[in-house]
Design a protein around this ligand. Sequence first.
Ligand code: HEC
Ligand code: HEC
Length: 233
Amino acid sequence: MLSKNSLALASALTITMPVALAMGGSPAPDDAAVAARIQPVAHVEVAGAATKVAGGNRSGEEMVKTICGACHGIGAAGSPKIGDKAAWAPRIGVGLDVLTKSATVGKNAMPPKGGAADATELEIARAIVFMTNQSGANFKEPTAGTKIASNDRSPEQIAQSACLKCHETGEKGAPKLSDKAAWTQRASKGLDALTKTVIRGHGNMPARGGLADLTDSELKATIAYLLKRVGAN
Ligand code: HEC
Ligand code: HEC
């Protein structure tokens, strides 16, 4: 049925059809019929779709040029700007897997997948590598078939990326790690009770320390790690 020329034909269609439409023409019925047959097989976006590059196998650079760069190129909406090492450093610390997950689900003003609903996990990861490697990271680009693991971050990585920005400095009234007395008093409630408080958030302490995808057990392990560092357990 579909010959191996189908893909070449399909990519020709993606280019010619929007042009035909832009010129005020409508696609010839034959073309439309062919396109309709090809579409489910070749996953090619045809008439009606914007002239963007089809989803599935875009390079990091393509992703960033067409999607992510709109914000990350200029630091729009409070996004970490490409090249801004200071803004990226704490994020890079959690590792590529966690960043990929975070960008996939979205975070505050960052929409899920940066708004590219059709982007694959691999494309998102490549885009992140492209941006962060210009911003102080040295990630290896994942290839097709690489399993992007989730939730394999250590308590130390979590603390580094999510908790220390307040708890090291005392920002927003957070109990500092150097303040053993403050922690000993809190620790007396027990680890489970502390974990519950942090899941909910408490005063200026954001729910889950601001890391929405943190699981309960990761959070508990991170609190245990902090208490150990303080010497309060
Ligand atoms: C509409 C603007 C916008 C677009 C488009 C966008 N981002 Fe973001 N991005 C943000 C903002 C804002 C943040 C900061 C979120 C925060 O930490 O509150 C962010 C943060 C991130 C982070 C760090 C997440 C973390 O956990 O710290 C990654 C990774 C990321 N974006 C990747 C991408 C990728 C990949 C794309 C393109 C597929 C993309 N972004 C497109 C606005 C955007
Ligand atoms: C935006 C700043 C901020 C971040 C980020 C933050 N905290 Fe907090 N945290 C606070 C503040 C402020 C308090 C004190 C809240 C209060 O008692 O009113 C607090 C309190 C706590 C407490 C004591 C809770 C209690 O019941 O007394 C624990 C445990 C804790 N944080 C753990 C964490 C962990 C784990 C993370 C990272 C996953 C984290 N925090 C990230 C600001 C922060």
